[in-house]
Design a protein around this ligand. Sequence first.
Ligand code: HEM
Length: 412
Amino acid sequence: MTVASLVSDLDPFAPEVMADPYPMYAVLLKSGEPAYLPRRDMWVITAHDDVRAAVKDHERFSSADGIAYDRSRLPILFGVDPPDHTRLRRLISRDFTPRTVESWRPLVEQICTELLDEAVTGGDVDLVRQVLVPLPVRVIAALLGIPGDDVAQFKKWSEGVIEGFNANARLRPEAGHGPTDPEDAKYRQQAAKQALSAVSNISVYFHTLLDQRRSQPLGADLISRLLAANEDHLRDNELVWLCLALLVGGNETTTHLLGNLCIALMEHPDQHELVRARPELMIPAIEETLRYDPPVQSVFRTATADVEIGGTVIPKGSRVQLSFAAANRDPRRYSDPDRFWVERESDSAHLSFGSGIHFCIGAPLVRIEAETFLRQLFERAEAMTPTDAPTRIKSPTFRGIAQLPLRLIPRA
Ligand code: HEM
């Protein structure tokens, strides 16, 4: 079979591809050209240089139809183009400078300590449920200044919002035959309904918080800071959508990075030992996980014009998948790309936080969360032993772990 006919058969939504998409990326990377996948009426770009160029080219690759496969129009930061994007991003990015984010480190330390003290007792745990899901939600809740009594309710609403938004990029947990399968479509419609109701609950809550903080600013929390810095006079509704972007953008992604990191270390015991022996390799191990197995495998865009890439024309109006995960394994860019190698040096930079105007605003925070989590885990547990196979989520765009049953052996 030729590469062209192999490509026309490819389906990113096939259950076996979602379980392990890397063989599909290898086929696409063989030619490195943008490929049209007729089964899903979409294009996919995989070559490192082309993905980087496309993600920076927000004029010809628009985010306004949303960044998952299904088109959706919502005023959330990653789903809008300039000029609206510029106004919204200007306000929120003031609070995500490396210096400000660094000042959040003690908070992250404290939350990790509480969660890991409970998890590392020698018994069996599902690390995802007990640590990896609550960690980012509690960090964001604290940064937004959610009062202690409200955190449990806030967590429920955020889970509803996240679940609903991300179901757009996910199929039914039990099966998954693709966006046109009636059962999968029903699952996503239900999730969208649930998301809308969670969005409306949490929006009412955020509006109340905005009113409270306007009359009584707390000072350091993100909501008071957004209000104080709002020189462009963003409307309350826009401020609420900025808060929602932090929830939707920051929670499930962080959970999946930490899960993928644990799995990569357990599957590569030599690398695991190396990182435990040489703590200076913790940050490189996190970056290598982001390259090797990124939580956000790809984002979608809509072509606003005919776009030619290396002789192939992507027609105006096409839905286009920019595959960070494939680009991160492009052999033209990385030596031995399929190897998880924490000492990788000159070719280590990855595209897993995107690039250009939508570059991940939370990247410095994630790096602190992941480093703190890994260091504290190593300090407490001398070994992680799987007690059952991990369950992966089923998604053509996200990659992560739904359940990670482990025995964490405490240090003597
Ligand atoms: C490992 C964890 C994370 C990964 C892999 C990740 C990945 C990404 C990627 C790839 C984008 C670009 C989307 C695009 O180009 O369409 C993005 C944007 C974004 N991320 Fe993250 N993210 C992570 C964590 C976070 C955290 C912790 C937060 C917030 C606290 C956050 C907030 C956002 C926001 C608000 C955007 C939209 C930026 C814009 O459109 O201007 N992310 N993220």
